[in-house]
Design a protein around this ligand. Structure first.
Ligand code: UT7
Length: 325
């Protein structure tokens, strides 16, 4: 009998501090940096984002998201035999945020590791967990995206600091006789490192290079719209499905204009696209599982729906997953 991996439950976490565009405009004005609600909404679709409080880390938000996902799947932490966290903002250089999360969940022994593929991280993590479950390496996996991008932002750079937020999303991925994940497709092209990066690193007790986020927005935009169409078509073909079979497209939530462009190219009406960028901003690896959990809890996504998940980001990385929910 074929073994599949299917989502048994979802969960998420948004830090309580919500900053509307008006709040961020005022915050930047105090530094002499000019922006406006109109510019942010028109160019990105973002109206608000959430920022963590001091002392809160990626593993803390991941913990809350995992507790919800476990509750939704009627499992307990002791049933979990694999933990993968997608993050570019880990608690520490090492150990992994997944290992720290495992301890906070009160369990020990199962493999726990991080995946670093920036905004495509959750798609990468889901791909790895799917492969491990299908080949018998795990039965009940926690797959998480958790990010604290607010700590990487340069609040003197209006071209980037208005775009990002913090949050976490998680799924329990479980072995099943029925699908489940139908196909996955992941890619990277390292020659584009410079267009989206945090170039600093720790060396000899100091941070060398610039530890704040740098992005050439237009270059990322152009690459993103191309690869998102390509990977969507590839993954659907692998799954033996067409865009007509897709009930919900859940794209990485970076910019509403990128989502609209992808939907248009795939001939999917915006009514079938999950959009949370307005309220969450860009939460990198957390954006897809956050949007998924939001749509599940809103009652938009129902059991049996076919979902197309798509990520794109620094690396350059991109990829997609098609699944029956
Ligand atoms: O998560 C990983 C994936 N990341 C993405 O997908 C991001 C992709 N890129 C984007 O979403 C868009 O390129 C941005 C939202 C970053 C920028 O939008 P854009 O339409 O490409 O704007 P632009 O960079 O062409 O800038 C247009 C103008 C410039 O002024 P001038 O040179 O025309 O006078 C900018 O200086 O807008 C100005 N500008 C701003 N104005 C007010 C840039 N940022 C701001 C701002 N407020 N925050």
């Amino acid at each position: 009998m074929t073994r599949y991996a299917r989502i048994a439950g979802t969960g998420s976490c948004l830090p309580p501090q919500r900053l509307s565009n008006v709040d961020i405009v005022a915050m930047l004005a105090a530094r002499g940096v000019e922006t406006s609600d109109e510019w942010i909404v028109e160019r990105t679709g973002i109206r608000a984002r959430h920022f963590v409080a001091d002392g809160v880390y990626a593993s803390d938000m991941a913990l809350q998201a995992c507790r919800q996902a476990l509750e939704a799947s009627a499992l307990s932490a002791s049933d979990i035999d694999l933990i993968i966290v997608a993050t570019s903002t880990p608690d520490m250089v090492f150990p992994s945020t997944a290992a720290i999360l495992q301890h906070k969940l009160g369990v020990a022994g199962c493999p726990a590791f991080d995946v670093q593929a920036v905004c495509s991280g959750f798609i990468y993590a889901l791909t790895v967990a799917d492969a491990m479950i299908r080949t018998g390496g795990a039965r009940n996996a926690l797959v998480v995206g958790s990010e604290v991008f607010s700590r990487l932002l340069d609040f003197n750079d209006r071209t980037t600091c208005v775009l990002f937020g913090d949050g976490a999303g998680a799924v329990v991925l479980q072995a099943s006789d029925t699908p489940g994940i139908l196909a996955t497709d992941i890619h990277a092209d390292g020659k584009h490192t410079g267009i989206l990066c945090v170039p600093g690193h720790v060396s000899g007790g100091q941070i060398l290079g610039d530890p704040l986020l740098k992005m050439d927005g237009q270059a990322v935009f152009k690459l993103a719209v191309g690869v998102l169409e390509d990977t969507a078509r590839t993954v659907l073909e692998k799954a033996g499905r067409t865009t007509a079979d897709v009930d919900w497209l859940i794209p990485h939530q970076a910019n509403i204009r990128i989502m609209q462009s992808t939907a248009r190219k795939l001939k999917l009406p915006m009514e079938r696209v999950v959009v949370t960028v307005d309220e969450h901003g860009n939460t990198s690896a957390a954006s897809i599982p956050l949007a998924l959990d939001h749509a599940v809890r809103q009652g938009q996504i129902k059991k049996g729906d076919t979902l197309l998940l798509e990520g794109v980001g620094g690396g350059f990385t991109w990829g997609s997953v098609v699944l029956d929910f």
